[in-house]
Design a protein around this ligand. Sequence first.
Ligand code: 6GU
Length: 279
Amino acid sequence: MRVDVVSIFPEYLAALDLSLIGKARQQGLLELTVTDLREFTSDRHRTVDDTPYGGGAGMVMKPEPWAAALASALERGPFPAGAEGGGAAERPVLVVPSPAGAVFTQATARDLALREHLVFACGRYEGIDERVVDWSREHFEVRPMSLGDYVLNGGEVAVLAMVEAIGRLVPGVIGNPESLVEESHADGLLEYPVYTKPALWRERPVPEVLLSGHHGRIARWRRDRQLERTAARRPDLVASLDPATLDRADRAVLAGAGWVVAGGHVVPAGGDGPAAPVA
Ligand code: 6GU
């Protein structure tokens, strides 16, 4: 996979040299280029922003440096070169981090991990002139993406998060792919709690079942904790569960947490959801 990041603060992206993503780069699984938007300015002051048409606070990023920077990223093409394997060349993806984007989720990360060329356009100030986004649609699949409902000063921190979430899903990047199966959000639930030695620490024992060696009981206990924890912390995720994925034991745990299956959905017990059809 090739990843291009364009930013006026390229130093911000230095963290991508470290740890997992840094290793993936060394192993040739991932080719990452960070470029300074100001390299694509042509005035003496290397200006990247200007006042907004229509007035208002703040500054807006000028379109031409962005078009030049994105065209330069396009020229690099996918990695490895010719990764499209004889078929029609796949469109590169342009990710535009913005609090006005669609929410970036594990499903987004999985989807983008399969692509050959990702370009991230880090905006600052009040954002990038919207015509850059329109123009980019002629060359890229454009994905405005937000980390969640809060505001950062620019896209750089969001890109660090997104590249890490995507990069670790690129085949070969994580040594033991099994570790991806059981983590939070893999199955729409939060991860179960984990423990290590000692078995008794500051008068707190590790849950007995985990010492039993009984794989079936351990798996059931972990699943129960996942369901309880998700119900307590993320009711939105519980409401999105597909009832077809829930066995009797799952439903019993959810009932204890105040959720029932009705009308093909998981809904709060005693109201809110559609009424269960009468048999
Ligand atoms: Cl992707 N960008 C900015 N500037 N703020 C954010 C965000 C992104 N996601 C949440 N807040």
